[in-house]
Design a protein around this ligand. Structure first.
Ligand SMILES: [Zn+2]
Length: 502
């Protein structure tokens, strides 16, 4: 690696803007099925001059002599340079593993299929025994890649330690997120313990309702995607109405997505399109893509509302902000607050009543299913964070222990998570902690909205006005700063306990 030139921070920022725009647009084209071959590598090559040791050091030097917002801006530029430098060295290896995973095939009931399709199929197979059998097959196929996953993790870790100058993974992530992960984990664990009894009651009721009487006492994780779709309630939450209902829901808050030209909607059903909803903020606030593909089930609406929260956030930022504060953040904890709060509308009983023609009793019952799923997901992520803290604090010692993954996640959820899954279930950079912070914060925000706007916050345009003010700040504030503004302590989990039915 040799760099011929070093950009000034201003030049670096505008070239980075160009680079991320091209990568985002390429990613979008492949994701929606417009292109069959991804040409990211070509873009990375063209912009290779952005990512060098010299460039990173130059940004670091500028950062050291800056103060306030400028210092924060330069910090984020330096960290972006650092991660670009790491991925430029590992991109080939990552692509190679990704392509082998894409090529991996399994056989189920005589049918030969890609591993990825087998995983997607688990969400829609109606027979308990079939899901169990296919789950075993896909888990075994996926586990064959664990040595490669671990090798890549180790290589990434070595480079991150070298470039950041912080050898310990936990310490490095705490520095970047500017929080204590162990304090966060302690507060979250206490909330999980406090919700154990209420979760137990929800779980017993909804496991049986969703999985049937034949279910095991502790079902395997192979049934989670099926439960998450609320597949048995599919007749109510049909595929063809999901989009229209979500657009009306947002319109009630004062967000008319059809009239907001900077949010590019791609809601079509095309066979080559990935079924996972996503937002690609190519050039916020001017170009933000919101991409969904309805599959049937309540999950369609939840995924749409979630992504709409991200899209409104990016599309609502002040265009006068420097690029960094419109697009780049230290982590994902801030933007996930806004996706979570919009998705939270789907847990309001009256929303089910108003849009799906249900009786108040039926609406209440279906909303309870969403509370059960929320509690399940929260407890799963809380346990995941405890596992990841254990794993990474032992990584440079004995290397960590997959048994801890199985024990903690199974205890927390009442669902059996097999230890072989510990690497494929791990998100980079403690993303679990970002989701969990958003869980705490969005519950605080909902509590705030109920007080400021009223119980009808989810269909009141005053909510739109309050959210618009928050969106204007772009990616600049931290999740913890939002807590202060809402009048809460950063680790106050009382509203969250209410949200998950405790
Ligand atoms: Zn999200």
């Amino acid at each position: 690696m040799s760099a011929t030139s070093v950009f000034s921070p201003t030049e670096f920022q505008s070239r980075l803007e160009r680079y991320l725009f091209e990568r985002s647009e390429e990613w979008r084209a492949v994701r929606v099925g417009e292109k069959e071959v991804s040409e990211q590598a070509e873009i990375v090559r063209r912009f290779a001059d952005l990512f060098s040791r010299e460039q990173m050091d130059a940004l670091h030097e500028a950062e050291t002599s800056a103060a306030g917002d400028d210092r924060e801006l330069l910090y984020r530029l330096r960290k972006t340079c650092e991660s670009g430098l790491i991925s430029s060295q590992l991109a080939e290896r990552e692509d190679e593993l990704e392509n082998r995973l894409l090529a991996e095939r399994v056989t189920f009931h005589g049918e030969d299929m890609p591993l990825r399709n087998a995983q997607a199929k688990l969400a829609v197979l109606t027979s308990y025994a079939d899901r169990e059998a296919l789950g075993e097959i896909q888990a075994a196929a996926s586990a064959k890649f664990n040595d490669d996953r671990l090798g890549l993790l180790r290589a990434t870790e070595e480079l991150a330690a070298e470039y950041s100058g912080i050898a310990d993974a936990v310490e490095r992530n705490e520095e970047e997120k500017d929080i204590s992960l162990s304090e966060l984990s302690r507060a979250l664990h206490a909330a999980s313990v406090d919700s154990t009894q209420s979760y137990g009651a929800l779980r017993d009721r909804w496991f049986t309702k969703l999985l049937g009487e034949e279910r095991e006492g502790v079902p395997s994780s192979y049934h989670t995607a099926y439960m998450r779709r609320l597949s048995p309630l599919e007749a109510t939450y049909t595929k063809d109405r999901a989009t229209e209902i979500c657009l009306q829901t947002l319109d009630a808050l004062g967000f008319d997505l059809n009239a907001q030209p900077n949010i590019k909607l791609d809601l079509d059903d095309r066979p080559q399109k990935s079924p996972r909803a996503c937002v690609i903020a190519s050039d916020p606030p001017k170009i933000v893509h919101l991409i969904t593909r309805a599959q049937g089930g309540l999950h369609d609406s939840q995924a749409f509302l979630h992504e709409a929260g991200h899209a409104l956030h990016y599309a609502g930022c002040d265009p006068q902000l420097p690029y960094v504060f419109r697009r780049i953040s230290r982590d994902h904890a801030l933007t996930e607050i806004y996706s979570y709060i919009v998705e939270a509308i789907s847990r309001e009983p009256e929303w089910h009543e108003q849009y799906f023609g249900l009786s108040p009793e039926q609406a209440q019952e279906n909303a309870e299913a969403t509370t059960f799923l929320e509690a399940l997901l929260y407890r799963r992520y809380e346990a995941k964070l405890r596992f990841e803290l254990d794993f990474w604090s032992r990584f440079n010692g004995d290397g960590g222990d997959a048994d801890v993954y199985e024990r903690l996640l199974t205890e927390a959820t009442g669902i059996r998570y097999k230890k072989d899954n510990y690497l494929s279930d791990m998100d980079a950079g403690f993303y679990s902690a970002d989701y969990l912070r958003a869980w705490i914060r969005s519950a605080q925000l909902r509590d705030y909205l109920v007080r400021e706007v009223g119980g009808d916050w989810w269909r009141n345009p005053k909510t739109g006005v309050l959210l618009t003010d928050l969106f204007r700040e772009g990616t600049k504030p931290t999740s913890e700063e939002i807590a202060t503004r809402l009048g809460f302590g950063a680790l106050d989990t009382k509203p969250l306990l209410h949200e998950i039915g405790a």
